[in-house]
Ligand binder design. Structure first.
Ligand code: PLP
Length: 354
């Protein structure tokens, strides 16, 4: 039987273990369904889809609507099936054989995974002990390995740590020096105090990726995008498969953007809930990292993380088990849920580590 490409076969696929539980706080989804008015509008609009025709290949309406949200034209917007496909298209276009992508660990596992799948070599740097971006380390990796693509993730998954504006500007300057591209993954950008979106223009090698999966309560829709220089977006359009975004999804995204107020409101509530959860965690026997996202990383001090994870599952609470991940020894990551879900999590945790 034929074997897969050896560089792909060696790697495990990406999994987020799913277990049947009452309180699901492991994949950073929104705890709420999208607004009912959005769903009704989508169902009504579906009747007008020309199902026998290919969809608008350049998704102009959706791109214009996303562009309007960020104050840019559609030519600076690239849209795909989840921000993971956005990242894949970036790597297919600007990475690939003979090129490399830089990541600073610990960070989102998909950056290095997608790089490898696209035949892009991965260069790994380290974050500082508090998980912030270490500019000396960035300089070492960028100047030493000259990666085609460098990834920042802000807020970073799974640590929640936000890179400040000075840090992103400094990394961008180093990346520009070597004619590379800086990707800032802002999957959780709306939960953070600032965004790198303001750094994007047509002459600067930076793209900022966003997703409908988290803030927009639309993980099921698989829709993500980037804002970047128009000439670079034009290159991505050449590489991505024709008609990759189906007509239904284009509608779903466009109609969602009519509900930005409802979404902003959810973000505000989740941020307030995050601060409540962090304050409660700080009263317990755990280490807690400050988060600018819709999740919090913590480490039980008195019991092994993996044991705490299992004991939480026994109490029908599922969080992300990072305990065996490199550099995250004993750590668990909890997604901000509803007040009720978070209270159930806290009650279970107190019991488990008491
Ligand atoms: C969840 C997440 C994404 C989102 O991926 P989608 O494909 O848009 O669902 C991207 N980047 C990071 C860091 C994430 O945590």
């Amino acid at each position: 039987m034929i074997e897969p490409r050896p560089d792909v076969a060696l790697r495990e696929g990406y999994h987020s273990p799913q277990v049947e539980v009452r309180v699901r706080l492991n994949t950073n989804e929104s705890p709420e369904a999208p607004p009912a008015a959005w769903r009704d509008a989508l169902v009504a609009a579906m009747a007008d889809i020309d199902w026998n025709r290919y969809p608008d290949r350049s998704a102009t309406t959706l791109r214009s609507a996303i562009g309007a949200l960020h104050g840019v034209g559609p030519e600076r917007v690239f849209v795909a099936n989840g921000s993971n496909e956005v990242l894949q298209t970036v790597l297919l276009t600007f990475g690939g054989p003979g090129r490399s992508a830089a990541v600073w660990e610990p960070t989102y596992a998909l950056h290095s995974h997608i790089a490898r799948v696209t035949g892009t070599a991965v260069v790994e740097g380290e974050r500082a002990a508090d998980f912030s971006t270490d500019l000396d380390e960035v300089a070492r990796v960028v100047r030493g390995s000259r990666p085609a693509v460098s990834f920042l993730c802000s807020p970073n998954n799974p640590t929640g740590v936000v890179d400040d504006a000075d840090t992103v500007r400094a990394v961008l300057a180093m990346v520009a020096e070597i004619d590379g591209l800086l990707v800032v993954d802002e999957a959780y950008g709306q939960f953070a105090p600032w965004s790198a979106l303001g750094l994007v223009d047509d002459d600067t090698p930076i793209v900022v990726t966003r997703t409908f999966s988290k803030t927009w309560s639309m993980a099921a829709a698989r829709l993500g995008y980037l804002i970047g220089p128009a000439p670079l977006v034009a290159e991505l359009d050449k590489v991505v498969l024709p008609y990759h975004l189906d007509a239904f999804k284009q509608l779903a995204g466009t109609l969602a953007l009519a509900h930005t107020d409802a979404m902003d409101d959810r973000v505000r509530r989740l941020v307030a809930e995050r601060e409540r959860l962090v304050a409660r965690l700080r009263t317990l026997d755990v280490d807690v990292w400050p988060s600018g996202a819709n999740f919090v990383l913590f480490r039980p001090r008195s019991r092994a993380g993996a044991e705490v994870w299992s004991a939480l599952v026994d109490r029908s609470v599922l969080v992300r088990n990072c305990a065996s991940w490199p550099r995250l020894d004993g750590c668990l990551r909890v997604t901000i849920g509803t007040t009720d879900e978070d209270d159930q999590f806290l009650a279970a945790l107190e019991e488990v580590i008491a």
